[in-house]
Write a new protein. Structure first.
Length: 584
């Protein structure tokens, strides 16, 4: 069949026709409320996109009808595999770096190494000729040692060098450094990943990174250094989170906006082609069910690659609770090798180009981030607002909202806040200093589980929760599954048992009884069960799975609590830990 004939078989269908069909399926339900959703950034996402949605995607400086993401601001195909080395000793760090390169790493980031003199720098860089190296913990001493090394070796024979020094920490020093920096040396990094860890959503991460970069260019411009020179001395680092398409769009939007910032200061498009390092997010990694972190990091890495990152760090799946070992480092490294050689993600430049959803998201994020940048500039710029605490306050509000979403399980962490394995134990493998460093979304749930673990380790018994299924077949199963999931978050042991008569539940051995039935049946079930418990002299607390309208009457019968989708698991489970004898 020819292409033309095939198209005849599938005639065009208008958006109005599609939405009419959707309306019929919704049977009168509100389209926007039922199928559209709003992100943390406040962006409304439709259930589908069509070519006509691109009509409004004109960017911030494009002429009507121009498609701005074709301007060349986006990166080409391919990325470099960067590996972080945690060793703090120069010799150990160098050995680990060389081993990583032999196993497939293409760039090295020394994350904890503090270089105290030129001799220590030489030890760290031994046998790494041609390999780009990044020093996260930068100092005046390190940068001066790097200058001396470049002057001796002219830099060209070695790989590119960069540092994590914040250019706004000391603008005078930054100006001196930028004017001296040779090709191949990027002395400063705007670390947007820290904004993300402190609570920033995608728009805030973009806007703050742009504002910090714009402030740097302005500071250097005031000292007579042009935008091209300053931009050449800057790199950017972003955290890549779990929202797959938004993370792709985030990096694409940043390149577009950074080009606009640099050009706004009189810089050239070439100077605006900054180096972006992407790192898998720390915030969403979990101590419990840690192998799920491998899956999280894989999707994040794919987002980074498709978004156009130049360098990519996949952190060890266990970094949030212990120092990575060779096996976990190898797994992280091989994930990138798989994405390159087996998934072949590096063979296409800007693979999201032309995809209606990604283009609209890119435009939406760019527009909202630009508004934030303008707000910061109107307030006096990044440095001023940071000093005044405005940025910390803004991030604090975002972090609180994000943590609330986790607490009420609106945002799910598989294996920790949902679908937890209550028999898993982690106390014997945790480095608590690492676990409690920085912000992570699951720490509240992890504290619940750890409290139960410590209680058991001290000789206490793990609470036995009986999920008593009775009555309506559909509702009892659904509520039993919900309750099992709910109590597993605290490490409680659950047993599911089906009953024909409520009085039989009273004789089951349990520390807590959860009735799993329909709202209409709870009153009769509770009356019969509470009467039997009283007759037997048993004081096992009874909980109802659900939030029935007759809850006050059930409480009067002796029902102790109710668990349902609007329950706060942290508050409810902490209360039950205390009641069942589990304390800190």
């Amino acid at each position: 069949m020819t292409a033309a004939r095939l198209l005849e078989e599938f005639p065009p269908i208008t958006t109005a026709e599609w939405e009419a069909a959707i309306a019929r399926d919704l049977k009168g339900a509100d389209y926007a409320k039922k199928l559209m959703w709003r992100t943390d950034e406040g962006i409304a996402v439709k259930p589908y996109y069509r070519a006509e949605d691109l009509a409004g995607v004109v960017g911030l400086d494009a002429a009507p009808g121009e498609f701005p993401y074709r301007r060349g601001a986006l990166a080409g195909a391919g990325w470099k595999i960067r590996e972080e080395i945690e060793a703090a000793n120069a010799e150990e760090a160098n050995r680990a770096a060389c081993a990583a390169v032999e196993s497939g790493a293409e760039e090295i980031a020394f994350s904890r190494l503090v270089v105290r003199d030129g001799a220590e720098l030489e030890v760290a860089l031994q046998n790494l000729s041609g390999i780009p190296v990044h020093f996260e913990l930068a100092s005046h001493i390190l940068i001066e040692a790097l200058f001396q090394r470049f002057s001796r070796r002219e830099g060209a024979a070695d790989g590119a060098i960069s540092t994590g020094y914040d250019p706004l920490a000391d603008a005078g020093f930054a100006a001196q450094t930028i004017t001296r920096a040779p090709d191949g040396f990027t002395p400063f990094t705007i670390d947007a990943a820290r904004f993300e860890e402190d609570g920033a959503n995608a728009v805030e991460e973009l806007g703050l990174a742009l504002a910090a970069g714009a402030d740097t260019i302005a500071e250097m411009d005031a000292r007579g250094i042009n935008a091209d020179r300053t931009a050449a001395g800057l790199g950017f680092r972003f955290a890549i989170g779990a929202n797959f398409f938004f993370q792709i769009a985030k990096l694409r939007a940043f390149r577009l906006l950074w080009a606009r910032v640099v050009e706004g200061f009189g810089g050239t498009p070439e100077a605006a082609r900054t180096h972006i390092t992407a790192r898998t997010s720390r915030w969403n990694k979990t101590v419990y069910d840690p192998y799920v972190n491998i899956l999280r990091a894989t999707t994040e890495a794919a987002s980074a690659v498709m978004g156009g990152a130049d360098s990519l760090v996949i952190a060890s799946f266990e970094e949030c609770y212990k120092a990575p070992d060779e096996a976990s480092r190898r797994l992280a490294r091989n994930t990138q090798l798989l994405l390159r050689h087996e998934a072949m993600l590096g063979r296409v430049a800007d693979p999201g180009a032309g995809a209606y959803f990604i283009e609209v998201l890119t435009d939406s994020l760019a527009s909202e981030a630009w508004k934030l940048l303008q707000e910061i500039e109107a307030g006096g710029g990044f440095s001023k607002l940071r000093a005044q605490g405005w940025i910390a306050e803004k991030l604090g509000r975002s972090l609180a909202a994000r943590e609330k979403a986790v607490t009420i399980r609106k945002r799910v962490f598989t294996g920790t806040s949902s679908y937890a394995n209550p028999s898993e134990h982690v106390l014997d493998r945790i480095d608590f200093e690492r676990m409690n460093a920085g912000h992570r979304g699951t720490r509240m749930f992890e504290q619940l589980r750890l409290r139960t673990e410590r209680h058991a380790m001290a000789g206490g018994s793990v609470p036995r929760v009986l999920l008593a299924e009775i009555g309506d077949a559909k509702m009892r199963g659904a509520r039993s599954n919900f309750a099992a999931n709910f109590f597993a978050c605290a490490g409680f042991g659950t047993t599911v048992q089906r009953f024909k008569a409520a009085k039989d539940i009273a004789e089951a051995e349990a520390d807590l009884i959860v009735l799993c039935s329909s709202d209409a049946e709870y009153a009769g079930i509770a009356a019969e069960l509470m009467s039997k418990l009283k007759a037997l002299g048993i004081q096992t607390p009874v909980v109802v799975a659900g939030n029935p309208e007759g809850s006050e009457a059930l409480k009067a019968m002796g029902v102790t609590d109710f668990v349902h989708v609007r329950s706060n698991p942290i508050d409810v489970l902490t209360k039950w830990q205390e009641r069942l004898g589990i304390a800190e």
